[in-house]
Design a binder for this molecule. Structure first.
Ligand code: NAD
Ligand code: 0WE
Length: 259
């Protein structure tokens, strides 16, 4: 018996079998959860449908979090299959590629900042607002962050600001939704080669740096992030909300690297 038996989870952010959202979905499925998925656009539809099938799910709906209408349609579509559910997983981020490199002050624009914050932070609130009437007692919302929220990191730039906003969003949502029995948490994951990491300059260098300096001397996998997410969204974590849990092989706890 898994610790997510009789829980239903909506997974937002699968783009491939390397997506963190896929690691979360797979881990939740292994703990007994029933799943539903969304895809951002038609290009991703068939890929997400195949992955959904592998977890025994046939609930796959479109959702572009940039659109209020798309978010409304998602939950009216979901209602056709589920009257209510327990877990919302948000694993979505975006900033214009040109702003994820080089000099932060030089390369950050008004429009890039707006987009990054809207897609990577506000969308969590927007989804929660629309999901609220369908969330059961003892349900849970979770999102993915990165160390760039709390430390300056090379090239992460405006995404760092958006993740700082996301982490504050998690705390405010936890306070607002706690009285209704909804917990809200985040996982700050170490770097993982996903589509969102593809084409990021020096990503190899970041992975090597973590492998050399993290206490566990390795990079984390989507399975490890998924297992932590499954725990945080389960009743085993009934006393945890508003929290950011680091799943990063301990990297963020080290004060002096390379000694
Ligand atoms: P990914 O490319 O597999 O997933 C990103 C997802 O965001 C995709 O599924 C994409 O479709 C979705 N998305 C972007 N814009 C959207 C929109 N307008 N509407 C709906 N969906 C949209 O990459 P990933 O690394 O799995 O990223 C998932 C989350 O994990 C992100 O929040 C990312 O910031 C976070 N994260 C990633 C790493 C890493 O190193 N890969 C580390 C820490 C945190
Ligand atoms: O949050 C992320 C990546 C988010 C992301 C990635 C892209 C690439 C494609 C947001 N927007 C875009 N826009 C695109 O056009 N991570 C934690 C992974 C990541 O991205 C970095 C990193 C790390 C780690 C970018 C620069 C430096 C480090």
């Amino acid at each position: 018996m898994g610790f997510l038996e009789n829980k239903r989870a909506l997974i937002i952010g699968v783009a491939s079998n390397r997506s963190i959202a896929w690691g979360v979905a797979d881990a939740m499925h292994k703990q007994g959860a029933e799943l539903a998925f969304t895809y951002q656009n038609e290009k991703l539809q068939s890929r997400v449908e195949k992955l959904a099938t592998a977890t025994g799910s046939n609930i796959v709906l479109p959702c572009d979090v940039a659109s209020d209408e798309s978010i409304t349609d998602l939950f009216s579509g979901l209602k056709q299959s589920w009257s209510d559910f327990d877990i919302l997983v948000h694993s979505v981020a975006f900033a214009p590629k040109e702003e994820l490199a080089g000099d932060f002050v030089e390369n950050t624009t008004r429009e890039g900042s707006r987009l990054a914050h809207e897609i990577s932070s506000y969308s969590l609130t927007a989804l929660a607002k629309a999901a609220r009437p369908m969330l059961r007692e003892n349900s849970s919302i979770m999102s993915l962050s990165y160390l760039g929220a709390v430390r300056s990191m090379p090239n992460y730039n405006v995404m760092g600001l958006a993740k700082a906003s996301l982490e504050a969003n998690i705390r405010y949502m936890a306070y607002a939704m706690g009285p209704s029995g909804v917990r809200v948490n985040g996982i700050s994951a170490g770097p993982i080669r996903t589509l969102a990491a593809a084409g990021i300059g020096d990503f190899r260098k970041m992975l090597d740096h973590v492998e050399e300096n993290a206490p566990l001397r390795k990079n984390v996998s989507i399975e490890e992030v998924g297992n932590a997410a499954a725990f945080l969204c389960s009743d085993l974590a009934s006393g945890i909300t508003g929290e950011i849990t680091y799943v990063d092989a301990g990297y963020s706890t080290v004060g002096m690297s390379g000694y």
